[in-house]
Write a protein that binds this ligand. Sequence first.
Ligand code: SF4
Length: 286
Amino acid sequence: MTSSVFDSERLLFTPATPDTNAIPIIFAFPNEYSVGITSLGYQVVWATLAMRNDVQVSRLFTDTHEQLPRTPEIVGFSISWELDYVNILNLLESLEIPILATSRNDSQPIVFGGGPVLTANPEPFADFFDVILLGDGENLLGNFIEAYKEVRNASRQTQLKRLAQIPGIYVPSLYAVEYHAIDGAVKSINPISPEIPAVVQKQTYRGNMLSASTVVTEKAAWENIYMVEVVRSCPEMCRFCLASYLTLPFRTASLESSLIPAIERGLEVTNRLGLLGASVTQHPEI
Ligand code: SF4
């Protein structure tokens, strides 16, 4: 293990100095550093956590990590590809965290997951997560941390019940899932007690400020790339297309207040720009 890859990073944000009682969080990407750091979603969530002084976040990849807390309270995964799932289980084992959520006790961290794969279908791997964040992370992540702070010293069960009240947070252990057959479709999903919401609403961010890179590094899979999100979703809505349906409605970044300032920030550290979106050319001002 080496931390030298982190030395090549040029940050486009200022990390906060964590408070003395900051919540220790490990935020993982279940693949190698070069892959994870090229994920705009991972970059943005990590920076969002790193800019808060009420948390102390450490990054973990399959091939390297920052200095990890001895007793993390929260362990999170950003999941972009289904084939990375096995790496999640390996990373949990390496952290000596039981892989099944129901086997974790009060002294073990809350394990959360988010990202396009889990938003599209959380159920196949629901047994491994205490908490699954569904939809856009812009507001969801902050709401998750704030709710956790309210119940930080409570029992695991109390924590999970509180977190389940946050729109967009699915706590699989608080729902009973029935199938038509052992290899068949889901028949029903019902909360196990009346105070748990019957429906978890996927969160949709409706602002016109979309994401941009928070870190540029030569170690990324796309060397020194600075990424800006130009559009989210796609108005064509081809029936097979997850990139369109998962993130509806179609949204475009504001040219004046989002895209141009973001690109100017990126050009200060690199001359490689990546325009991201399912359908970049659908931006009305392309
Ligand atoms: S991104 Fe491409 S495949 Fe997806 S809905 Fe748009 S045009 Fe269709």
